[in-house]
Design a protein around this ligand. Structure first.
Ligand code: ADP
Length: 300
């Protein structure tokens, strides 16, 4: 019996890809797709040739986060063409193939595996410095498929995104264990939504009156600061939103002997950039989260 022709075709496609990085998370909603999107924007801004492959078949959010909603994939004699944000940032997602974004994708494992195989086999990426793969949360069919299909072509490693709470960290341990079992290196763990940080001038301040009403006193506070200590207007205020008394991701990484890449705060401007499909680096308003993301990306 000869080699599997599908795996041969995948290996041929991947021969022009220098580095393949998986982005994983134990739970949904921790910011994995946001990280994948911003990582791709950042790498493209550094002049790398970047491909972003979304294999979250049931909940593809990458098209929206890259500002590509409603776009279609085109077919050429070379294969399926990714949708390009810029000439050096191409994106592929099941989201581009759905006739209606509100429609649920109710597929069993084999069909999901089929489309992932097709993405790897049929998409013409050309020469890439990085292929970033945004996986669904957990360790399910999609994860086994991507690892299996890319085995032999070499996966450079996985980045695991988590939030600081224990409920999320417990699932990160499973993710690390999955990587160890399938022989994928853990490049590191990112602790996202690590405290809420924003410029003090973006806060609304209220005072509870004797009758229990909430009175907006923002103007008064800002005016007071401007008069008494104008340098205070440059402060960034941070608060721990989630319980991180367990020591958070950094401690867990030490215990599990995997690199800790850093913390990214909850930043309303990052959320806005993701909602609008923009890079948070190009926009000076993501002043709180962009430097944190940049430091993490430089470690890769
Ligand atoms: P996942 O891919 O893990 O399911 P998403 O990336 O879709 O999570 O993020 C869930 C929501 O949280 C999105 O609306 C996203 O914009 C927002 N979000 C993620 N990380 C941050 C952050 N650091 N600050 C503010 N909002 C964030």
């Amino acid at each position: 019996k000869g080699p599997d022709p599908d795996l041969v075709a995948i290996a041929e496609r991947m021969a022009t890809v220098k580095r393949k990085i998986l982005v994983l998370s134990g739970k949904g909603g921790v910011g994995k797709s946001t990280f994948s999107a911003q990582l791709s924007f950042a790498l493209a801004a550094m002049d790398f040739q970047v491909g972003l492959l979304d294999i979250d078949i049931c909940g593809p959010s990458i098209p929206k986060m890259l500002g590509l909603e409603g776009q279609d994939i085109h077919q050429s004699n070379l294969g399926w063409s990714p949708v390009y944000v810029e000439s050096n940032l191409g994106v592929m997602s099941i989201g581009f193939m759905l006739p209606n974004p509100d429609e649920a994708v109710i597929w069993r494992g084999p069909r999901k595996n089929g489309i992932i195989k097709q993405f790897l086999k049929d998409v013409y990426w050309g020469e890439l410095d990085f292929l970033v793969v945004d996986a669904p949360p957990g360790t399910s069919d999609e994860h086994i498929s991507i690892v299996q299909f890319l085995q032999g072509t070499g996966i450079d490693g996985a980045i695991i995104v988590t939030t600081p709470q224990q409920v999320s960290l417990i699932d990160v341990r499973k993710e690390v264990s999955f990587c160890k079992k399938v022989g994928v290196e853990v490049l590191g763990v990112v602790e996202n939504m690590s405290g809420l940080c924003q410029p003090v001038t973006d806060f609304r301040f209220t005072r509870v009156t004797e009758t229990g009403e909430q009175k907006d006193v923002t103007e008064w506070v800002i005016e007071y600061m401007r008069e008494k200590a104008p340098e205070m207007l440059n402060l960034v205020a941070c608060s721990e939103v989630f319980d991180s008394s367990s020591g958070g991701a950094a401690k867990m990484c030490k215990e599990m002997n995997v690199p800790f890449l850093g913390k990214v705060p909850l930043d309303p401007q990052l959320c806005k950039a993701a909602e609008e499909g923009r890079s948070c680096f190009a926009d000076t308003k993501c002043g709180v989260s962009a430097p944190a993301l940049q430091r993490i990306i430089e470690k890769l």
